[in-house]
Design a protein around this ligand. Structure first.
Ligand code: 13P
Length: 250
């Protein structure tokens, strides 16, 4: 059985006061970590403050990192520094980083390896553009992104990866993939992992769906065979909505 993982991606939102208010409200209201893994991925400057106040059932993650441990990389944050804040997860290769900050499959792969070196769980994002969905190349795109992102990992490492399938056309648009489409592509990603790493690994790896997940559609998405979690942008900013979504199975 794969444990569901519900993660919020705050992107570049929330002040420290807002983040504190959120965490005090949400800490007590999320499900037990024995049932569901709940993660908030916050801007780097908020991470330490959130880690210090996280309850037993809410975990904190970063939204990006460099792959080097240290060096002359002005403005970057290393996996070593992230580990030092106490975070346990890191989003890697979000489409916004691929599109706006020149993230490539190669840098994603380096970052995934760096995450394991520092014992951070990578949430690796893959997903197609609208045009790719429309011209029928979705599977080709997510296949290549998944294979390249995970290249060189051991089977045991791949089991621990969280893959987030986020169709770019569904992000921040209010246009969610139907549960059926989301499940189909998440299932395809699992089949790619099976092809490369075998069935045992594919059965364990968790695949999230992301893109306009809201309190009113999460239940249906989470009921799908190949969807093990959600990566939630906009709707994760509001404490009550986030609590409702983490309790999707109640
Ligand atoms: P929205 O939930 O706002 O569509 O964002 C999805 C996302 O990009 C999460 O990483």
């Amino acid at each position: 059985m794969r444990k569901p993982i519900i993660a919020g991606n705050w992107k570049m939102y929330k002040t420290r006061d807002e983040a504190l208010q959120f965490i005090y409200t949400v800490n007590q209201a999320v499900p037990s970590i024995d049932e569901v893994e709940t993660v908030i991925c916050a801007p780097a400057v908020l991470l330490r403050c959130l880690v210090k106040r996280q309850g037993d059932h809410l975990k904190i993650g970063a939204q990006n990192m460099h792959f080097e441990e240290k060096g002359a990389y002005t403005g970057e944050v290393s996996p070593f520094l992230l580990k030092d804040t106490g975070v346990q997860y890191v989003i890697i290769g979000h489409s916004e980083r691929r599109e706006m900050f020149n993230e490539t499959d190669e840098s994603v792969n380096k970052k995934v390896h760096a995450a394991f070196k520092y014992d951070l769980t990578p949430i690796v994002c893959v997903g197609e553009k609208l045009q790719e969905r429309e011209n029928g190349t979705t599977n080709v795109i997510v296949d290549a992104q998944t294979v390249k992102a995970l290249s060189g990992l051991t089977k045991e490492q791949v089991k621990k990866v969280v893959v987030a399938y986020e169709p770019i056309w569904a992000i921040g648009t209010g246009r969610t993939a139907t549960a059926e489409i989301a499940n189909e592509t998440c299932g395809y990603i699992r089949s790619v992992i099976e092809r490369v790493y075998g069935k045992e690994v594919a059965d364990e790896v968790r695949v999230q769906y992301g893109g306009s997940v809201k309190p009113n559609n999460i239940k249906e998405l989470m009921a799908q065979e190949h969807i093990d979690g959600a990566l939630i942008g906009g709707a994760s900013l509001e404490a009550e909505a986030f609590i409702t979504m983490t309790n999707f199975n109640k």
